[in-house]
Write a protein of this length. Sequence first.
Length: 325
Amino acid sequence: MPDTGPGHDDPMATVAREYQQFARWEARGRSPAYESLAEAVAGDAGLVEFIASLPPAKQQPQLVFAAARYLLGGPVDVGRLRALLGRSAADLTRVIMARRTQTNEPARCAVLLPALAQLPQPLALIEVGANAGLTLLFDRYSYDYAGHFLAGADPDAPTMRCEPRGPVPLPSRLPQIAWRAGLDLNPLDVTNDDDVRWLTCLVWPGESDRAQRLAAAIAAARRDPPTLHHGDLRTDLPGLVSQAPPGAHVVIYHSSVLYQVPAQQREQFAACVRALDVSWLSSEAPEVLPGTSRASSDELECVLTRDGEAIGFADSHGTWVRWPT
């Protein structure tokens, strides 16, 4: 039955509950600093009131905490966050409203690579929600799937370490990529120091391996920046698909992007992709795409799909990938 008890539809109660859930289901075991901070925020009426005053899409803990880190230039605890809100609420609001949780985790390439390598080659890649384009660089990175090693084209690019679980179809070689392009409402520029600063603020404290991997991926991207286009995933895909070179198999893909898109717009996007002569890969949270029901209580587990059909599961930060037996 629906929750009709006290606090139902109360914006402040909703924010407090979401921050408690973030602490318990997402930050726990990954970032003790964010687990502690989210729990403290949930119990602080002043902070909850500020967050509840933001549009719902801007209330995410990852976004609020990253904006505070961006302004503070360092770690955030509840005391520093209270002080920042007290003296610079307008600046904090400005950064939150201007930015998005563009967590361009390059290790996500490792969970998509097995499905990508099964497609006809050469490939023309189009990434939706490309952010800074770090997950367009499949062939430049190296990969280590628990000892199954694949060497990338850039020896200075990072190695993505991913644990395969179940009968994952690990490729014997990296796919041949003839062309690549990204689409994003607000693409980030790897050659822009301020955009890079924002990307680093999105890495959770305590995950030094992610910070090192991000820095190495940014350096690799700066040596040959990917092509990124400003555009809307619902309307601008057909024009971008038409730019792919003849003879290349077009693949549209995305990872941990659609949760930021309203449900009706997701349906419009899906209809657009299905009308195109392309392959479609995704790694998104359960239930973000129709037919991808929740498989566990882990908020960081994603469902891998090919052409809208579930084929496996993965960690949203790329640490493991699982194929069903």
